[in-house]
Design a protein around this ligand. Structure first.
Ligand code: BES
Ligand code: MN
Ligand code: ZN
Length: 490
């Protein structure tokens, strides 16, 4: 897909389709177009075929212009960023339902900020174009041919071209990063193993001057005394991996943001076996790691000037004869001992060693991303990610990135009274905190390992994929992470 901004005369841009955002009152370019079409748009409004309400869309053909179409996209009532993003997503979906090859999106009427709006448009078109590719053999090839080849984002003023182009480039990269994460998430666990993720991470670095990937084996992790992480992969025939991807967009010296992504390629629960119903969805328990890979993808595409280290602990949680048992005590890399009361609370067991390892990169900030608790779905549903942090400025930065990108999070507290629930009689800490406030006690567990740096945790168990007829990975939280990194890179 080709994205460019232009301020040329709207009717002179070569395209087969034009997306026009308008409410019931025609303004500026909508009015001008209506006049040049002898009132065709206003008569649709008058007849009630199109109301201008937010996200409504109607396709109309321009008489005598061989199949040229205008997609009217309603905007009335879309005031917040979230509502405007919804409108743009509806517009992208409407556009891709047509056989459009070359389209113009009139960047007027909805949001004031052209860079932001162009970014959301490019991202939404890329995301709407995603198709699952069933096998890794085919995934290695190019995605299936896309009908839509190019999109021109039209701005009324020439002076806005530069910002719009920057937005398009950024948004397309975010969309592609989301799609990369979705593809990994949707692959079944018999293909997408820790080893497969390692290979994908190595492939990312190929030919990229700014990127290096290293993968630690179980033997190397044992040398580092990652007893907690290894206690999770112990019950699986698939060897665990610690994937480290460095993206160096700035000169040496500059402290990196470290992103730690949980990648349990399948979570059976281990000896604390999960019930059978819907267990297939536990192939998505690597979506944290996949989102971090998606972010690195997008950083490469934008060549963003920032240093980022991605750490992905990748394991399968299975109950074989070597599996960790409830009550086993393991020693983490930090030296803290952990009583494993429930082997299904495995995410925190792999993250804690990865978070200890993060310290060697002298991080500016560490953000971990994990499908960590079912409880976050009880608290926030499928709309909003859980955010917990030991630093207010970082938490606020992420919350505003969530609002700007439409990939929202909500903060929960890390009060010491919750931490007290992790008391163990046989180790420094237990890996579960009882039936209440599960998202918070999970984060309190992680907080014991993140005292040396500014840290935030995103629990994306509700947002990383959708269930039911539309079952599939969403590519979240790539947008919020990219927005946060972009604001730091500026
Ligand atoms: N991967 C799950 C969390 C999860 C559950 C995500 C359902 C999405 C849907 C995690 O490893 C887990 O099993 N957590 C347990 C923790 C409990 C044993 C303290 C949970 O949430 O039930
Ligand atoms: Mn689990
Ligand atoms: Zn899990």
């Amino acid at each position: 897909m080709d994205f460019t901004a232009s301020s040329a005369n709207l009717l002179n841009i070569k395209a087969d389709s034009l997306i026009l955002m308008t409410g019931s009152q025609l303004q500026n370019s909508a009015k001008a177009l209506d006049e040049s079409l002898d009132g065709a748009i206003s008569s649709l409004l008058k007849a009630g075929d199109f109301s201008g309400k937010a996200s409504e869309s109607t396709v109309m053909h321009i008489p005598g212009a061989d199949g040229k179409r205008i997609i009217l996209l309603g905007i009335d009532g879309a005031e917040t960023a979230q509502q405007q993003i919804k409108v743009i997503k509806a517009g992208a979906a409407a556009l891709l339902r047509t056989p459009a090859k070359k389209a113009v999106w009139v960047g007027e009427g909805l949001a004031e900020d052209n860079e932001w709006q162009a970014g959301i448009i490019a991202r939404s078109i890329q995301a709407a174009s995603y198709k699952y590719m069933p096998l890794p053999k085919r995934a290695a090839k190019k995605s299936p041919a896309q009908k839509l080849k190019s999109l021109t984002y039209w701005v009324p003023r020439k002076a806005d071209n530069k910002a719009a182009n920057a937005g398009l480039k950024y948004g397309a990269a975010v969309g592609n990063g989301m799609n990369a994460a979705r593809q990994l998430g949707n692959l079944p666990a018999n293909i997408c193993t820790p080893n497969y993720l390692s290979d994908q991470a190595k492939a990312l670095a190929k030919g990229q001057a700014k990127v290096t990937t290293t993968v630690l084996s179980e033997a190397q992790m044992a040398k580092l005394k990652m007893g907690s992480l290894l206690s999770v992969s112990a019950g699986s025939d698939e060897p665990g991996k610690l994937i480290v991807i460095k993206y160096q967009g700035r000169k040496q010296g500059a402290k990196p943001v470290v992103l730690v992504g949980k990648a349990v390629t399948f979570d059976t629960g281990g000896i604390s076996l999960k019930p059978g119903g819907g267990m297939d969805e536990m192939k998505y328990d690597m979506c944290g790691g996949a989102s971090v890979i998606g972010v690195i993808n997008a950083l490469i595409e934008t060549q963003m000037p920032i240093n980022v280290v991605a750490i992905i602990p990748a394991v399968e949680n299975m109950p074989n004869g070597n599996a960790t048992k409830p009550g086993d005590v393991v020693t983490s890399m930090s030296g803290q001992t952990i009583e494993v009361l429930n082997t299904d609370a495995e995410g925190r067991l792999i993250l804690c060693d990865a978070l200890t390892y993060a310290d060697r990169f002298k991080p500016d900030t560490v953000i971990d991303i994990a499908t960590l608790t079912g409880a976050v779905i009880g608290a926030l549903g499928k709309e909003t990610a859980g955010l917990l942090s030991n630093n207010d400025e970082l938490a606020e930065g992420l919350l505003s990135s969530g609002l700007r990108s439409g990939d929202r999070a909500w903060r929960l507290p890390l009060y010491e009274e919750y931490d007290a629930l992790l008391k163990s009689n046989f180790a420094d800490i237990a890996n579960i905190g009882g039936p209440q406030a599960g998202t918070i006690t999970a984060a309190c567990f992680l907080a014991r390992f993140t005292k040396k740096y500014k840290w935030a945790h995103l629990d994306v168990a509700g947002t990383a994929w959708v269930s039911g007829a539309q079952k599939g990975s969403t590519g979240r939280p790539v947008p919020i992470l990219m927005d946060y990194l972009r604001s730091k890179a500026k």
